[in-house]
Design a protein around this ligand. Structure first.
Ligand code: SAH
Ligand code: SF4
Ligand code: F3S
Length: 451
């Protein structure tokens, strides 16, 4: 590669899960430390970081088309951007990317991106560099201080996965489960609140597998961390995602009934409602044990909104087994959910299992499953009408004086300002929920913004 001018502007494009969003923000902070600024909206950046996701085939293929588009646009402009590929595709297919995409200068894995600035120095000299090491904690230790300015912030507390569900690439792309130390997390939470956060969502591939030692040296789990965050002044809402049924501790369930700042929302993926399929997926829980767990959350916090993830068309899934998943959905009544067609991923055990399901069958199952999930989401939203709740204002709506925020149950709520009652981003306002749509609710302002 030819030497290039040091970049002045950057853009990070994150795909996939919220942990990638968090990593993308941290990469931006690293670049900002080098004096590189975010490219203004609508302008091309000198440095583009594609922060990729490998979870399903479509997501992984996107990176190559993005690289092609970026270098073509750069050629036409006579000024090609420096391209870095980060995230889970970088980890899984780093060498292949380097071989297939000569326009890429840097490949950096999700546990190595703290080295991005050094790699950039090399790229400017015309060298190509790959780093897919996995020293997870080292990364967090060498990141700069947070610069967030948003009312709702992510905080990665746990990384990696040891579960090895047979369909999933995450244990290979993110490495083994590790927990960040308690003190670092409390410090980062304070810093986020100082820069404007009123809500923090704790993130991890298995966030409830987090463990550590509190200030007094006592061993604590996620609930202990949440109890400590409860004492952070200025922090008003705590959420966490994604938890795994097998890592659920009693104290976390109890915390939902005891800590007002802990929002009434639980994302607990189940993937299938059939025990044979669950076993083949290596989920190590049954449909029944999962349902019992949800019951306990509902006892602790009766209004809790439940959410889950589903995969249809896992190898060997029969029509009757699929119907068990539909039955589980009917039993739970999810407030929200994510559902996917099974996608065979290279290197995972399920990809070579017998009984791969035809595309049309998967399409049909996904459609039927989503019809039920949509029905339940609409019902949950409709049942919220008449409730009065806090809404954390996150952004402006389409029209002047319109604002969008989140209810405690993670529903999108929009409301309009009224005479003399003006709102701004970061306000916690009180709304009565007056009208429900499938994906959002309309609120009527009941109390002006308290800054
Ligand atoms: N750690 C979390 C989420 C992991 S990825 C958990 O275990 O719950 C997010 C979701 O993507 C999974 O819950 C699963 O529903 C889906 N997923 C993962 N691998 C997949 C694959 N190969 N095909 C289709 N969906 C998949
Ligand atoms: Fe993937 Fe399973 Fe780990 Fe979730 S628990 S990240 S689905 S292997
Ligand atoms: Fe995708 Fe990696 Fe997250 S594969 S879902 S970006 S952990």
């Amino acid at each position: 590669m030819k030497p290039q001018n040091p970049p002045r502007t950057y853009r990070v494009k994150s795909f996939g899960c919220q942990m990638n969003v968090y990593d993308g923000e941290r990469m931006g902070e690293l670049l900002a430390e080098k004096g590189i600024t975010p490219a203004p909206q609508g302008e091309e950046a000198d440095l583009v970081v594609l922060n990729t996701c490998h979870i399903r085939e479509k997501a992984a293929e996107k990176v190559y088309s993005d690289i092609g588009r970026l270098s073509k646009a750069g050629e036409e402009r006579g000024h090609k951007p420096i391209i870095a590929v980060a995230g889970c595709v970088a980890q899984a297919e780093g060498e292949e990317i380097m071989a297939r995409a000569p326009a890429v200068s840097m490949v950096v894995g999700p546990q190595a991106y703290h080295r991005l600035p050094e790699m950039l120095d090399r790229a400017v000299k015309g060298e190509r560099a790959t780093d897919t090491d996995m020293p997870a904690i080292a990364k967090f230790d060498s990141l700069p201080k947070r610069r967030r300015r948003s009312p709702s912030a992510f905080l990665t507390v746990q990384e990696g996965c040891d579960k090895f569900c047979t369909y999933c690439v995450v244990p290979y792309t993110r490495g083994a489960e590790i927990s960040r130390p308690f003190k670092h997390l409390i410090d980062e939470a304070h810093r986020l609140v100082e820069t404007g956060a009123r809500e923090i969502t704790l993130l991890g591939q298995n966030v409830n597998a987090w463990s550590g030692e509190d200030d007094a040296g006592r061993a604590v789990g996620l609930a202990g961390l949440i109890r400590a965050l409860d004492r952070v002044d200025g922090l008003e809402r705590i959420r966490y995602t994604t938890s795994h049924p097998n890592d659920m501790e009693d104290d976390l369930i109890a915390a939902h009934g005891e800590i007002a700042k802990l929002m009434p929302y639980l994302h607990l993926p189940v993937q299938s409602g059939n025990d044979r399929v669950l076993k083949a997926m290596n989920r190590a829980h049954t449909a029944e044990s999962y349902l019992r767990l949800l019951e306990r959350f509902r006892e602790a916090r009766p209004d809790i909104a439940l959410s889950g993830d589903f995969i249809v068309g896992f190898p060997g899934e029969t029509e009757a087994e699929f119907e068990d998943t539909l039955a589980l959905i009917d039993t739970v009544g999810y407030a929200q959910a994510f559902s996917f067609k099974y996608s065979p991923r290279p290197g995972t055990p399920a990809a070579s299992m017998a009984g791969q399901i035809a595309r049309e069958v998967m399409d049909d199952r996904l459609q039927r499953l989503q019809a039920r999930l949509n029905r339940d989401q609409a019902a949950f939203n409709a049942a919220s009408v008449g409730r009065t709740c806090d809404v954390l204002v996150e952004r402006k709506g389409k029209h002047e004086g319109q604002w969008l925020g989140k209810s405690p149950w993670l529903q999108s709520v929009w409301f309009a300002e009224e005479d003399g009652r003006e709102a701004q981003i970061g306000d916690m306002v009180t709304c009565e929920l007056v009208e429900a749509g499938p994906n959002s609710l309309r609120g009527a302002l009941r109390q002006p913004a308290v800054a």
